[in-house]
Design a protein around this ligand. Structure first.
Ligand SMILES: Cc1cc2nc3c(=O)[nH]c(=O)nc-3n(C[C@H](O)[C@H](O)[C@H](O)COP(=O)(O)OP(=O)(O)OC[C@H]3O[C@@H](n4cnc5c(N)ncnc54)[C@H](O)[C@@H]3O)c2cc1C
Ligand SMILES: CC(C)CC(=O)C(=O)O
Length: 324
């Protein structure tokens, strides 16, 4: 049977993961990743890698399904002894009492008692909190690991910006769009917009727990801590704002006083590809096109669940074409 030719646009975590999942689902497929930028220069590389739904208002049952698949994937990745992924525990402190349904995917979940809140709260608005364990997945080493597997499977990589999806029609049987915020222009999706996020990477080995409240976060990675966070919708400016950096640092020091002794390593800004829902579907108008973009602040968290479902949609299209 003739091998189906699949193009995947985008080389962030969703593009590379979808390409790999397609190879694993359709072993005789010839998969090519076509992207303007590659890791470590994608939005995915800026992510702190916390596994937790954030700035993503999709159906919570879908979010839970996708997150569970990602957690299982991370455990496989960790079992190989790879760096950049580990369980981490910490505090989720909020100003309103609300226990999100997605907490069911976390481990060691403990809603803090009034007594415990008195010890943990650092601000008057810290009214409610949960202690739990989750995972982190540092995107850059993970994308490298996935890319190596993709190439070993015979995958191809092309560096270029796709101006019009139709350019790919003649050379590919199925096209997968994982262009993130690029979808605004590439497929004319006015439902996708940037949510600007600024972070600081610091070194502070004595901090052993994450701490997240309504405004700030301190998230662990192998050897750094990522301090956030801003979430400015429809802001396209990716230059580091020093005043904001100071606010992020000071705000996190109030929550985690030990951070006062942190060594600042670097500052970063990037734009979350935000949308009312993740667009994971076969494009009804363009037939041979599958979309997998718009993951907001949760692209690392949702990636493998979305990649598996994207591959299943591609398999549907390949099967349909084989019958023609
Ligand atoms: C500061 C910050 C912190 C974050 N922290 C977390 C976190 O802790 N946990 C979490 O789950 N998520 C986090 N996120 C969100 C996460 O980073 C994104 O949801 C995720 O990276 C989206 O991945 P993607 O592959 O869809 O898009 P991207 O990483 O943006 O990749 C898009 C790719 O498409 C390519 N492309 C675009 N247009 C074209 C075109 N026309 N032609 C060719 N190629 C094109 C780009 O070059 C790029 O390779 C964070 C985001 C930010 C900004
Ligand atoms: C998980 C969050 C605390 C971080 C994040 O996802 C973001 O800043 O987009």
């Amino acid at each position: 049977m003739v091998s189906p030719k699949i193009a995947v646009i985008g080389a962030g975590i969703n593009g590379v993961s979808s390409a790999l999942a397609i190879q694993e689902k359709i072993p005789n497929a010839e998969v090519t990743i076509i992207s303007e930028k590659f890791s470590p220069n994608t939005t995915s590389d800026v992510a702190a890698g916390l596994i937790e739904p954030y700035l993503c208002d999709d159906d919570v049952n879908k979010i839970i399904r996708w997150t569970k698949a990602t957690i299982h994937r991370i455990q496989e990745y960790m079992a190989e002894g790879n760096d950049g992924a580990e369980e981490m525990s910490g505090y989720w402190i909020q100003s309103v009492k609300e226990v999100p349904k997605w907490l069911e995917v976390m481990k060691n979940v403990n809603v803090l008692s009034e007594q415990e809140m008195k010890q943990i709260a650092k601000r008057p608005e810290h009214k409610f909190g949960v202690f739990y364990s989750t995972w982190y997945l540092e995107p850059t080493p993970y994308i490298k690991w996935e890319t190596e597997k993709f190439l070993k499977n015979g995958g191809r990589i092309v560096q270029r910006k796709v101006e019009n999806i139709r350019e790919l029609d003649k050379d590919f049987d199925v096209i997968v769009n994982c262009s993130g915020l690029g979808s605004k222009k590439l497929v004319g999706d006015n439902g996708i917009y940037p949510t600007r996020g600024q972070i600081i990477k610091v070194s502070c080995p004595k901090v052993k727990h994450f701490f997240l409240d309504d405004q700030y976060y301190a998230l662990l990675n192998d050897s750094t801590i990522t301090l956030g966070g801003t979430k400015d919708q429809h802001q396209w400016d990716v230059t580091v704002n020093p005043k904001l950096a100071q606010k992020i640092f000071e705000g996190n020091c109030v929550n985690v006083p030990s951070l006062r002794s942190a060594r600042i390593l670097s500052h970063h800004v990037d734009l979350r590809p935000s949308r009312a829902t993740v667009r994971l579907e076969i494009d009804s108008k363009l037939g041979k096109l599958v979309h997998n973009y718009g993951h907001g602040g949760s692209g690392i968290t949702l990636h493998w669940g979305c990649a598996l479902e994207c591959a299943a949609l591609v398999e549907q299209l390949v099967a349909k074409r084989a019958k023609l």
